[in-house]
Design a protein around this ligand. Structure first.
Ligand code: 3PG
Ligand code: MG
Length: 398
């Protein structure tokens, strides 16, 4: 973390702190249905307010593409935030201009305001310099606490960092620290588990990981493509038959980088994709012509759990099977629980993130037991791809 300006030692009392949060939370029937992002943002807000900052929260919601789409107002999010904070939060109907300025100017030390959806202005996503100037008028310093938006080079994630004194917020700091320990300077051996349906969306990610980890476990539908590339007949399983050459290139790259690619050794094979579908445990030599591999089998689970015992670090993205339909959640749940147990025993540093991964770990009941579970989707994936995230790069000390 030494590369970033953190809030340590920064005096914020009486200052207008413009804080970019990610409060892009799931919403159902006009109310917030999952408060995880809010819950994680709150401690950093409390710290700043208690230190006497005049805190101005800026964030986006959905993708209104420059229009004032009423369903994408931040008002319900502001209400959920107020509830979570247990203190008043002023709301401004716009993130720039007079509406915003009036609310910000009325703040006293220690008070908090949130401004309406940044993406009501198309200039936000364009990182428009005039829009950056408008936002910058509302703050004395800029705090970026939105790692999960850091893959976007937007006015509020990138532009502002060059305009005002810029600091990583506490949540950003925790996230960068966790991710750094998992992949940038990890303790070896490092295992990555990458699952999910398709390799086509994860080629860059796999290409980066083989250079960085000691064992790359491939699971879920994408494992079938790798198995097929090795000559396994995967029956009717999900498989990208047009990517067998690509899969072989990844094997070659892994070998050159001394990374072991670990594939399933057995599977739960069914004829239908549905909950409690009839299934058999099958080794990979005898998959029925109408069969679909919907989960890794018991021998694979035992193999992965044993491998985990001798690892120091685990990075996990994507489920090992069709975890939404029982019993094809078995491998994901068993391996997640084993990783959680090793983590709790202090034997493993475990970091997970990206899309389905959080729901899969929650389903396994272990999302609180990993060392860190990122709520970032796209940003987590781009980080796994080894890409420079513009929002993070802009915070780097030069
Ligand atoms: C997310 O939910 O992934 C972040 O808030 C970023 O949103 P975006 O994908 O619309 O940029
Ligand atoms: Mg996204």
């Amino acid at each position: 973390m030494a590369d970033f300006n953190t809030l340590d030692g920064v005096s914020v009392a009486g200052k207008r702190v413009l804080l970019r949060a990610d409060l892009n939370v799931p919403m159902k029937d006009g109310a917030v249905s999952d408060t995880t992002r809010i819950d994680r943002t709150v401690p950093g807000l409390v710290e700043l307010a208690d230190a006497g900052a005049r805190l101005v929260i800026i964030t986006h919601f959905g993708r209104p593409k420059g229009q004032r789409v009423p369903e994408m107002s931040l008002k319900p999010v502001a209400d959920a935030l107020t509830k979570q904070l247990g203190r008043p939060v002023a709301f401004a109907n716009d993130c720039i201009g007079k509406d915003a300025a009036d609310v910000v100017n009325a703040l006293k030390d220690g008070e908090i305001a949130i401004l309406e959806n940044l993406r009501y202005h198309a200039e936000e996503e364009k990182n428009d310099p005039v829009f950056v100037e408008e936002l910058a008028k509302l703050g004395d310093i800029f705090v970026n606490d939105a790692f999960s938006c850091a893959h976007r080079a937007h006015a509020s994630t990138e532009g502002l960092a060059h305009k005002l004194p810029a600091y990583a917020g506490r949540l950003m700091q925790i996230e960068l620290d966790a991710l750094g320990k998992a992949l940038e300077a990890p303790k070896h051996p490092v295992m990555a588990i990458v699952g999910g349906a398709k390799i086509s969306t994860k080629l860059d990610l796999l290409g980066n990981l083989v250079e960085r980890v000691d064992q790359l476990v491939i699971g879920g539908g994408m494992a079938n493509t790798f198995l097929a590339a090795k000559g396994v007949d995967v029956g009717k399983s999900l498989c990208e038959h047009d990517l067998l050459v690509t899969a072989r290139e990844i094997f070659a790259k892994a070998e050159a980088a001394n990374c072991e690619i670990v594939l399933p050794i057995d599977g739960l094979v069914a004829r239908e994709f549905k909950e409690h579908a009839d299934h058999v445990v099958s080794d990979l030599k005898a998959i029925d012509a109408d069969g679909m591999i919907l989960d890794a089998g018991p021998a694979t689970i035992a193999d992965l759990n044993k491998r985990l015992e001798s690892c120091e670090t685990l990075v996990w993205n994507g489920p090992l099977g069709a975890f939404e339909i029982a019993p094809f959640d078995t491998a994901t749940v068993s391996v997640a629980q084993h990783a959680a147990k090793l983590t709790k025993a202090g034997k493993l540093l475990s970091v997970a993130g990206g899309g389905d991964t959080v729901s899969a770990l929650r389903h396994a009941g272990v999302d609180g037991d990993f060392s860190y579970v990122s709520t970032a989707g796209g940003a987590f994936l781009e980080w796994l791809e080894g890409k420079v995230l513009p929002g993070v790069a802009a915070l780097r000390k030069n």
